[in-house]
Design a protein around this ligand. Structure first.
Ligand code: PEP
Length: 244
């Protein structure tokens, strides 16, 4: 299975930035050994999808509502994101879990809605620094997997230790190997053979300088990239670190 390098632009980007953030990915994506995905803010999905139409770069969203339509002021449904040109959606990012008290149950409902609409969910899990220091990383991640993934899950899991996001700190290679092996085992225990097929991304301060070391570890099926995805040359350098 090809690795996936997914960029999370978070709350960055205006229409005028599409030409500099998305368009430069078109040509280089043709010769990469991995799949490439960008997840701009909802306001830019249609423009980014248009800029990347016919290319090998996929477009996703950063969140969706669990309901398809209805009286939910300010919200955007999975169907609306698909209509705008998204094929993927990041769900349960730690910033949303923290800022909006998104529980595992909410993330699971969103994942169900996304799958029902034909979007591929990227469900984020990861422990805080305090939880890691207390030796509870696997317990926390195991609980998030159990609660956030629906029984009909068909998508991707992103392991993002919260203490590594935007900090420049990354786990040791041994820790990444151990956590990804744990997640794989949990997926297989719950989903049987299908559990072998879900890519598991690593996320947290992935940069060109550390990408090769992180991306070629066992069970690391790619990366979810925040800051470095806002510089196309860095984002592409991360993607080129995937061994062909
Ligand atoms: C993220 O927010 O998902 C992330 C991985 O950010 P960064 O790469 O900037 O640490």
């Amino acid at each position: 299975m090809r690795a996936l390098i997914a960029g999370n632009w978070k709350m960055h980007g205006l229409l005028a930035d599409v030409a500099t953030l998305a368009a430069p990915l078109r040509e280089p994506a043709e010769s990469l050994a991995c799949d490439l995905l960008v997840c701009p803010p909802a306001t830019l999905i249609a423009a980014v999808a248009a800029a990347l139409a016919g290319s090998k770069v996929a477009v996703g969203a950063q969140d969706c509502h669990a309901k398809h339509t209805g009286p939910h002021t300010g919200e955007v449904s999975a169907a609306m994101l698909k209509d705008a040109g998204a094929a993927w959606v990041i769900l349960g990012h730690s910033e949303r879990r923290a800022d909006y008290a998104e529980s595992d149950a909410i993330v699971r409902d969103k994942a169900e809605a996304a799958i029902a609409c034909g979007l591929t969910p990227i469900v984020c899990v990861g422990e805080t620094g305090t939880q890691k220091a207390a030796g509870r990383a696997e317990e926390v991640v195991g609980g998030q997997l159990l609660g956030s993934l629906p029984d009909d899950f068909a998508g991707i899991v992103a392991y993002e230790p919260i203490w590594a996001i935007g900090t420049g700190h990354i786990p040791t290679e041994a820790d990444v190997i151990a956590m990804h092996a744990f997640i794989r085992a949990e997926l297989v225990r719950r989903f049987g053979l299908a559990g072998h097929g879900f890519r598991i991304l690593y996320g947290g301060s992935v940069k060109p300088a550390n990408a090769a070391a992180l991306l070629n570890l066992p069970e690391v099926g790619g990366a979810l990239v925040g800051g470095a995805s806002l510089k196309p040359e860095d984002f592409l350098a991360v993607a080129r670190a995937v061994a062909g």
